[in-house]
Design a protein around this ligand. Structure first.
Ligand SMILES: Cc1ncc(COP(=O)(O)O)c(C=O)c1O
Length: 476
């Protein structure tokens, strides 16, 4: 029997509990919002009244059997999973957990090279032996997207004992690929497929959105509800649909990786986001699509960039501006921000805007800002185009050292050109999108250095530290 997807049991339980005006002699220390500095009390009041803890009747995320279990079951029902776990540590926690479950120290695991750093961190934490499959450079969108089917096939043939295949679907820009075929290929080798679908929580809405990874047979799928659905930041789902991996093992790692005091507002927002997606109507989706087209029309009116077309199989909520040669994506994003319009991310040649799941309201304001940014931009003849088409010469690539060995080696910082030929002791991660340009354990090439230098010139943020002094390498 289909469940009532309007129902938001966890949210309702919290609001009902709060209405009883309970007296708190327990944590958290804000005592349902009573103990809080007055200057911030008003903004936080509503949320603090729901910021409860594992009180009688409110269940426990790490051993759910009551209202959290009910909310997770409703999510599994809507997303088409055997089981859904609520995550309060973002997709980051889910990605790390799924890797730790699938693969023990020293075991091989096939991983898409342009994965988010949470995947790479999961590999390191587990001491896995990653087999990286490199993405193809897609001329039509001017960036690396997904590995080809042939590359995965080759990796599977060469590493048929691999414990899992880890893929990202869609990419940050909403681009999809034939994931179904890849899942089938891996399953032919009895290898489970773990999908980082951080940007695709809304794909379960069906057409006109792309197919979801669960629909295509993935074993584990992690989604950031907070990215594309109306959920609070850090709220994510981990779905399972598999007999290849035990649910208890996933639960075990999640209770290790996530707080023992998980946030109830975050969990309630997962309940609400699921109900929002499950009850949205086709008329509402059409209105969103019409709004996207209107916004696209505004961005298209500019001269200094082109708006990348979106294929039917891709996510139409993502709008990517591709800069004319000599214009930096970072500079354009900066100009939009100065005018009060905040895009999702910029790269050296693109700026990504994400449309929400309801019609956009500030049309006239956006028109003015687009016109003004377009007029302010000037082509800078001296700005070299960053050629990244040769970044990943090897289709299937292993690290130079195991994580176990890396843990034992001394490191040193070398200036960029001296670092060439050495093995990187740190990942270099332009942020966003948080995808490593150089992996820890990878040999540094002059190509890497050229790109880093150009990115720094254009103002990219490299996460963690000031990279201008050089790169940390292993002292061998
Ligand atoms: C592809 C991808 N996976 C995982 C993550 C991490 O997600 P979260 O912020 O929910 O931890 C991100 C974040 O940007 C991402 O882009």
């Amino acid at each position: 029997m289909k469940r009532d997807q309007q129902h938001v049991p966890l949210y309702q339980k919290l609001t009902k509990f709060s209405e009883t005006k309970p007296i708190s002699f327990h944590v958290p220390g804000h005592k349902n919002g009573a103990v809080f500095p007055s200057y911030a009390k008003q903004s936080f009041a509503g949320l603090l009244s729901l910021d409860l803890t594992e009180l009688t009747g409110l269940d426990d995320l790490h051993a759910p059997h009551g209202v959290i279990a009910e909310a997770e079951e409703l999510a599994a029902d809507f997303f088409g999973a055997d089981h859904t776990f609520f995550l309060v540590g973002g997709s980051t926690a889910g990605n790390i957990a799924m890797i730790l479950v699938a693969c023990s120290a020293g075991e091989e695991i096939i991983v898409q090279r342009n994965s988010h750093k949470s995947i790479i961190n999961g590999l390191e934490l587990g001491g896995a032996n990653p087999v990286f499959i490199t993405p193809e450079y897609d001329q039509s969108v001017g960036r690396y997207t997904s590995p080809s089917i042939a590359t995965l096939e080759r990796a599977l043939q060469q590493h048929s004992d691999a414990k899992a295949v880890v893929l990202t679907y869609p990419d940050y820009f909403g681009k999809t690929y034939n994931l179904k075929k890849m899942i089938e290929l891996a399953h032919d080798y009895h290898i489970p497929v773990l999908v980082d679908e951080a940007h695709g929580v809304h794909f379960s809405l069906g057409a006109p959105f792309p197919l979801s990874a669960l629909e295509m047979g993935a074993d584990i799928v992690v989604q950031s509800a907070h990215k594309m659905a109306p959920a609070m930041t850090m709220s994510s789902y981990l779905h399972m649909n598999t007999e290849r991996i035990a649910k208890e093992r996933v639960a075990h790692y999640l209770q290790m990786l996530q707080s023992s005091s998980p946030s109830y507002p975050l969990m309630a927002s997962l309940d609400i986001a699921r109900s929002f997606l499950a009850t949205i109507t086709s008329v509402q989706i059409k209105a969103v699509k019409d709004s996207v087209n209107q916004v696209r029309g505004i961005f298209k009116s500019a001269k200094m960039w082109s708006l990348l077309p979106v294929a039917e199989s891709d996510d139409f909520l993502k709008l990517t501006l591709h800069m004319k040669q000599g214009i930096s994506g970072y500079e354009v994003a900066c100009k939009f921000e100065q005018a009060g319009v905040y895009p999702e991310l910029a790269t050296h040649n693109q700026v990504l805007f994400i449309h929400g799941l309801q019609p956009f309201q500030q049309i006239e304001q956006l028109k003015k800002v687009v016109k003004s940014v377009d007029e302010q931009l000037k082509i800078c003849e001296s700005r070299a185009t960053i050629d990244i088409t040769n970044l990943f010469p090897q289709k299937v690539q292993m690290l130079e050292l195991t994580y176990q060995l890396m843990n034992q080696l001394e490191t040193k910082v070398l200036s960029f050109y001296k670092a060439v030929g050495n093995v990187a002791a740190e990942a270099i991660i332009p942020y966003p999108p948080g995808i490593p340009l150089i992996l820890q354990g990878e040999r540094i090439t002059s190509e890497h250095i050229l790109i880093i230098e150009q990115l720094i010139k254009q103002g990219v943020t490299i996460q963690h530290r000031d990279i201008t002094n050089g790169i940390r390498v292993f002292n061998r």
